[in-house]
Design a protein around this ligand. Structure first.
Ligand code: FAD
Length: 411
């Protein structure tokens, strides 16, 4: 059910969620499936998904399956056979890391690639089938205050709502992170991402339309992979640039693309000249840990742990958060909820910190120059690809059952 912010009275036993992105929708769905009533407060007037792709590793695909979302993704998702790693200066193929049947057999779910709009659409369809979830648009959450029994949420415009819990899934530019947790602003990394999606018939020969491909060049890299079940290609390029602040809507001048991609091989430059529209996003990161919990308010998804996009796991971490929190709150009385939030942080902080660190490390390795670039290439070429992938077992092999069991095991 979808409503405008001013329409509905609040119910004190509802769980409130700020933000209807991947984290907010997945959490609403996971909670509703355990019998909770949920109200999602989204500041935008309607759902609008930028033209970009998203890769979902087996740890995320397993959750989409468990939440019944994959049935809405038929004909929209692709499962690449491998990640081809290319040197972005010489054009040399360095290695092909196995995905496809290999990763599905090892981790019990495929590695999927899809359009963000399709993922949001499938989450929204799944949520729409749950009568216990209400989505209220034009509901900009600006503050929250907890008492021992409930939380009062303040919306821009002055309206207030009460609930049993407020889940801050309001993204990387989270208002609740600053207003409720008192966290300092994020720091600009000096890098930006540009993204687009193009039709397959615009893809030049020599570019794979079936696999994920990554091109590594000093201070820059490009990733492309199929979306819309292989009918379109998503492209992401990351390089050094000035900060643009909190925006996705910034269109990029074609001259900037030609300038930043000059030293890539011709075949890749030809691909990067095809799109008519790119959007740019500056990469920001927290400098130090900050609180996730204030009594009956908890942050999750990018609001809690915004990773740099060098491991393709930010959205997947939001899915993991969703399922862990829903399981922890299953059958719990509202009085016991704050204690369960502490369990949530105990389970999720080490995992998401590890992902953020691994992601930052990948970014440094991707953009190496000189001797270190050559050493990286030598390691990639010499290491058997299936062994290389084993180092990610901790990442893709994660299950909610293991996470909950290890949290219950005394140390
Ligand atoms: C270049 C790039 C590539 C990436 N690639 C991948 C990938 O391949 N795989 C992957 O898993 N992840 C990837 N990510 C990360 C992924 O996009 C994010 O981790 C994910 O979108 C976070 O979801 P979220 O719901 O926490 O935040 P968001 O998607 O940002 O959603 C937040 C929602 O909250 C709403 N909102 C904001 N403030 C308020 C407020 N005050 N009140 C109410 N509503 C509010 C917003 O309008 C929005 O709808 C990538 C990120 C980047 C930048």
């Amino acid at each position: 059910m979808t409503n405008r912010a001013s329409d509905l009275p609040s119910n004190h036993s509802d769980i409130l969620i700020a933000g209807a992105g991947i984290a907010g929708l997945a959490t609403a769905l996971a909670l509703a499936r355990t019998g909770r009533a949920v109200t999602v407060l989204e500041k935008r007037a309607e759902s609008s998904e930028e033209g970009a792709g998203i890769q979902i590793g087996p740890n995320g695909m397993r959750i989409l399956q468990a939440l019944g979302v994959t049935s809405f993704l038929k004909g929209k998702i692709a499962c690449p056979e491998c990640i081809r790693v290319m040197d972005g200066l010489s054009g040399k193929h360095l290695t092909s890391l196995p995905l496809g049947r290999d990763i599905a057999a090892r981790h019990g779910a495929p590695y999927g690639v899809l359009h963000r709009g399709d993922l949001h659409g499938a989450l929204r369809t799944a949520v729409a089938s749950m009568p216990a979830v209400t989505i209220r648009h034009e509901a900009n959450v600006i503050a929250a205050r907890s008492s021992s029994e409930s939380v009062t949420v303040e919306l821009a415009g002055g309206a207030k709502m009460q609930g049993a819990l407020l889940i801050g899934a309001d993204g990387i530019w989270s208002t609740l992170r600053s207003t409720v947790m008192g966290a300092p602003p994020l720091t600009f990394t000096g890098k930006c991402a540009i993204r687009t999606v193009i039709a397959n018939d615009a893809v030049p020969p020599g570019i794979s339309t079936t696999d994920t491909t990554i091109w590594l060049r000093p201070a820059a890299h490009v990733v492309h992979y199929p979306v819309r079940a292989g009918r379109e290609l998503a492209i992401v390029a990351i390089f050094d640039d000035r900060a643009l602040g909190e925006t996705w809507s910034q269109l990029v001048e074609p001259a900037l693309i030609s300038d930043r991609t000059r030293s890539f091989p011709t075949v890749l430059r030809t691909l990067l000249q095809q799109p008519t529209q790119w959007r740019q996003w500056s990469l920001y990161t927290p400098e130090a840990p900050f609180r996730w919990i204030e009594k009956r308010v908890v942050l999750l998804g990018d609001a809690a742990h915004p990773p740099l996009p060098f491991l393709a796991q930010g959205g997947v971490m939001a899915l993991e958060d969703a399922i862990v929190l829903a399981e922890l709150l299953r059958t719990i009385a509202t009085t016991d909820m704050p204690a369960r939030l502490q369990d949530f942080e105990r389970i999720r902080r080490p995992r998401t910190t590890r992902v953020m660190e691994a992601s930052a490390r990948n970014g440094r390795a991707y953009h190496l120059d000189g001797l270190r670039r050559r050493a990286r290439n030598a390691v990639l070429t010499a290491t058997p690809a299936h062994l290389f992938m084993r180092q990610y077992d901790w990442l893709y092999g994660w299950t909610v059952e293991d996470a909950l069991t290890s949290a219950r095991t005394p140390v």
